[in-house]
Design a binder for this molecule. Structure first.
Ligand SMILES: Nc1nc2c(c(=O)[nH]1)N[C@H]1C(S)=C(S)[C@@H](COP(=O)(O)O)O[C@H]1N2
Ligand SMILES: [Mo]
Length: 231
């Protein structure tokens, strides 16, 4: 059962959603193929600051209010579902995979963006490949130690900058930001990146995660102001 604090957080985020829905009905940008925003373009040719976002210098902490404490000794990541080779990785196995450094921007649906986060981790695509996804797999569901879930299409999940991050600025990712390991999706709103991730399920049909069931956009594309959905 969700506790009172979680209920309050969900309520306030649903109020924010209602505020934006009105604006979205009056904004054709969701259907617009042209990325919208301001500032110089990023490496993907999209404006650095997506439409409706404000840059913050801090990195705010945002979640359902529970910060699970998971040591690297007990940490595990299961990859299962529509795969030929379901696997479970421990910390040592994760660290033995190809490591990448990447400087990324982070866009939260609640309208803040934090630019230039220096991350180290493993490409999600490297990890997913180990499980040998079946041909019919089209989406993943990500699960976390705080029971959070979020779904991502493989088209997005396999992009090179989608990472499983263990370090920020050369130090272990702090627990409040999802340490020891979290996912990041710099080309989607940040709720698509599960903190404290512990399971990835391959799916042959799309299913909605925690916020997607509550009216957040299933696609979550920041440069189209694609924050919330009506269905
Ligand atoms: N496990 C888990 N992951 C989560 C969330 C959460 O509540 N639980 N919140 C999401 C949301 S809405 C955002 S904006 C980002 C925030 O990450 P941060 O706290 O590191 O800024 O994490 C996402 N991943
Ligand atoms: Mo968010």
């Amino acid at each position: 059962m969700p506790d009172e604090k979680t209920t309050r957080i969900v309520d306030s985020r649903m109020r924010l959603r209602r505020r934006f829905l009105e604006r979205m009905r009056n904004t054709p940008s969701v259907a617009d193929q042209e990325p919208q925003g301001s500032g110089p373009v990023n490496r993907h040719g999209m404006p650095r600051l997506p439409i409706g976002q404000t840059e913050t210098r801090k990195w705010p902490v945002l979640d359902l209010g529970v910060h699970p404490s998971v040591s690297t000794e007990e940490w595990q990541l299961t990859i299962d579902g529509a795969v030929k080779n379901p696997i479970r990785l421990d910390w040592k196995a994760m660290m033995s995979l190809e490591q990448v450094d990447d400087v990324q921007d982070f866009h939260c649906v609640t309208t803040w963006s934090r630019c230039d986060l220096a991350f180290s981790g493993v490409r999600l695509s490297s990890v997913l490949a180990l499980a040998e996804p079946e041909d019919g797999a089209s989406h993943i569901m990500c699960y976390a130690y705080d029971d959070y879930t979020t779904n991502v299409s493989l088209v997005e999940a396999l992009k090179d900058d989608v990472l499983l991050v263990h370090s920020w600025d050369g130090a272990p990712l702090p627990r409040e930001h999802g340490g020891p390991l979290r996912m990041v999706t710099p080309q989607l709103y940040a709720w698509k990146g599960a903190k404290w991730i512990n399971r990835i399920e391959f799916m042959t049909e799309d299913r909605r995660g925690y916020w997607e069931q509550r009216g957040y956009s299933n696609t979550a594309y920041p440069w189209r102001d694609d924050r919330y959905s009506d269905d």
